[in-house]
Design a protein. Structure first.
Length: 384
């Protein structure tokens, strides 16, 4: 039998919703474009999961203890300027209330909490339609169609195929890319990264650019640079992107030539392929649509934001919690009522997160960074 609820995407938001519906005995099915759980995307860095949002969702999902076993609570975050002066280290004196978890570990935890037959792999949604009987259907790029859903939940991230049913708004390019690579434990430079970054994160800001290093659960370091680049840079530079040695040289000579060795050595000694991540955000004004029966959006599909506030995954998992709570409260006979109430709560949170992230990004990329950011976001009295 067709379950009443289809979820597009087995990312943090889709899987959290699946788990919460599972606990409430509400039937659902998740369609994911990845071929299998083994093809989980590993290029991402770590995610810090906040006590008042992401952790609350994991608590309600009955997964908080397993999460704490996987996450790193002793992960300090050093913030430096372009010259290498460290201005502050958050969480230096003890445990942070924002434990870090690798993207792939979070997905594995959530996946292990739903029955395997609730996730159908290798199905990339093309679009979602309302059929003449009022039910919803999902059409896939391989030509197959799944019919008869009462509610389709778009949890399919930045280029959501469910989003066009509720808004014509599209993600807007922020002007920034993250180019991410790694430094692995067998790299001769590894011990220098350990001295600089330790178990946590290091971020240097200045000249409208960023250098980031993060300790991953597998022991290696995620290394990324944030750069202003044209939106189509990755397609126009596909050959360069595949040639890590040439890209490293280009970064060092074209973008970080004035930066000190403490930062350029992270780029020079990196040892992995590069992954290019253009950063987009939904316009905050778009978060105001009228409830459309049969459709709900959660996570980045609803309110994609730049990563400068570290709220994206937290807001996404909290969406799942609030939508699940409303579905349980309203029941399957009033899914529109559930979605409408969820959207009212989500819009307020999401607008705040998008605006906060835009402001944070502006200060992180300002000429005097990180001072302005520390003043505004950490309440620090910076005089120099
Ligand atoms: C560089 C970068 C750094 C970030 N750092 C942080 C951070 O430090 N802290 C933080 O809180 N957030 C961070 N974020 C944001 C965070 O990653 C997202 O907010 C979060 O992953 C959103 O979860 P989601 O489940 O809504 O979407 P996603 O994680 O994008 O998951 C969507 C899922 O849907 C699948 N999918 C996509 N299209 C289709 C389709 N057509 N059909 C079927 N399946 C589909 C995808 O394969 C994926 O599994 C960062 C984002 C970026 C880009």
């Amino acid at each position: 039998m067709t379950p009443p609820i289809a979820i597009l995407g087995a990312g943090p938001s889709g899987l959290t919703l699946g788990r919460l519906l599972e606990l409430a005995n509400i039937p659902y099915i998740i369609f994911e474009r990845d071929i299998s759980a083994a093809s989980t995307f590993t290029a991402g860095g770590t995610l810090d999961i906040h006590a008042d949002s992401g952790q609350l969702a994991l608590q309600e999902a009955g997964l908080i203890d397993q999460f704490k076993e996987l996450a790193r609570e002793d992960a300090p975050f050093a913030l430096a300027d372009a010259k290498g002066k460290i201005h502050t280290i958050f969480g230096e004196d003890g445990r942070t209330d924002r434990p870090e978890i690798d993207r792939k570990d979070l997905r594995a935890l959530l996946l292990s909490s739903v029955p395997a037959d609730r996730v159908r792999w290798g199905l990339r949604a093309q679009n979602v339609k309302r059929d003449t009987d009022g039910s919803m259907s999902v059409h896939f790029t391989n030509g197959s169609v799944e019919l008869g859903f009462s509610l389709v939940v778009g949890a399919d991230g930045v280029w959501s195929r469910a989003r066009p049913l509720v808004t014509s708004a599209k993600p807007e390019y922020s002007g920034m890319y993250y180019l991410a690579t790694s430094i692995k434990p067998d790299n001769p430079y590894f011990s220098s990264v350990v001295s600089l970054v330790g178990q946590g994160n290091y971020m240097a800001l200045g000249d409208g650019k960023m250098v980031i290093a993060m300790k991953l659960g597998v022991g290696s370091y995620y290394i990324a640079v944030g750069l202003p680049l044209p939106e189509k840079w990755s397609t126009e530079n596909a050959a360069l992107l595949k040639d890590s040695a040439a890209l490293r040289e280009s970064l060092l000579h074209d973008h970080f030539v004035d930066w000190p060795l403490v930062h350029t050595d992270l780029i020079r000694n990196s040892d992995g392929d590069f992954y290019a991540w253009p950063l987009y955000s939904m316009p905050s004004e778009s978060l105001s649509w009228k409830t459309v029966p049969g459709i709900a959006l959660i996570g980045d599909a609803a309110h994609l934001t730049t990563p400068f506030s570290g709220e994206g995954v937290n807001c996404a998992m909290y969406d799942s919690l609030q939508l699940a709570q409303q579905i349980i409260k309203h029941g399957l006979d009033d899914l529109s009522g559930a979605v409408s109430e969820y959207e009212r709560l989500m819009f307020l949170r999401a607008i705040d997160v998008i605006e906060k992230s835009a402001k944070s990004g502006k200060l992180m990329l300002a000429p005097d960074a990180p001072q302005g950011w520390l003043r505004e976001f950490a309440g620090m009295d910076i005089t120099e």
